[in-house]
Each structure stands twice: as C-alpha cells, then as structure tokens.
Ligand binder design. Structure first.
Ligand SMILES: [Zn+2]
Length: 157
C-alpha cells in the first residue's frame, strides 16, 4: 500500500516535470512573431519615442491588449490625455499587469509588464488622475487596440 503510494507520487512528480518542459518548449518565439520595434520594447525594455504611437488618437470604446500574447490589459474607458506623448491609463484590468522596480535612470521607477507573457509595457507613476492617482505610461507599440464590437483575440503563448 505504502509502496504503491510512493510510486504514484513519483509518477505525479515526473508528469509535472514533463508538463513543465512541454510548456517551456511551446513558448512562442516572440522575435519571429513581432515586428522589431515591438520586440525591442516588450522583451528588451526599449522605450518608443514620444508622440509616435497611432494609439494616442484612439478614443473608441474597447480594449487595449498586449501586442505579444493578446491578453487584455486596459479598458479604453481608463485611457486619458496625459500630454506625455505616450498612451496613458489610470488603471489596468484586474491581474493584467505585474510590477517591478527598476533603477535604469538612477531614480527608482516602477516598471510594469503583462502578467501573461512578461512583456514589458511601460512605467507607472503617481501623478495620474482620479480615481487612482496613477499614470500607467505605456509604449503604444506594445499594445493593440480592439474596438468593442470586435471579439478579443485568442491568447497566444
Ligand atoms: Zn502579454
């Protein structure tokens, strides 16, 4: 009885390792899938030049999704005009992004990235409007806009 239990545990552990390896192998090759500018921002933490994103003038209802994995990150209703030259939002969708401190400019900043694929999106600052007081300063090239009347794309990665 005990021995059977042990074997079962070993098999369970082995299956978990195998599943983990399969998942790692199935990770998409973002460099192949993304335009170079998007890849540089999402996976090399580059920053797009300000006032270059066509999304600055996007005001329709809908969702902004991660340009890599297509996870929805922001509702268009939380977008606002920050005057910074980057698409800005005061609140991400629940659990859509995760944050991390970075010290690239000596002053500590809070970097945030897509919680699904880990792709870098931008930095969050505390000079945003009500109700959160936060400004999610996002690289437009790291997002796709999906108008409300269109179905959200299927997640990838
Ligand atoms: Zn993503």
């Amino acid at each position: 009885m005990k021995r059977r239990h042990f074997i079962q545990q070993v098999l369970t552990a082995a299956t978990a390792v195998w599943a983990g390896a399969a998942r790692a192998a199935a990770k998409p090759d973002w460099k192949q899938l993304l335009p170079p500018a998007a890849y540089a921002v999402l996976f090399e933490e580059d920053t797009e030049p300000p006032y270059t994103s066509p999304l600055l003038n996007e005001h329709r209802p809908g969702h902004f999704v991660c340009a890599a994995c297509y996870q929805p990150l922001f509702d268009a209703a939380t977008k606002y005009e920050s005057g910074t030259g980057w698409p800005s939002f005061f609140r991400p969708l629940p659990d859509a992004v995760a944050t991390q401190r970075d010290f690239k400019l000596l002053v500590p900043r809070t970097e945030y990235h897509c919680s699904h694929c880990g792709g870098h999106q931008g930095h969050v600052f505390d000079d945003g409007p009500a109700p959160t007081g936060l400004r999610y300063c996002n690289n437009g090239v790291a997002l796709h806009f999906v108008p409300r009347e269109q179905p959200l794309p299927v997640l990838r990665g």
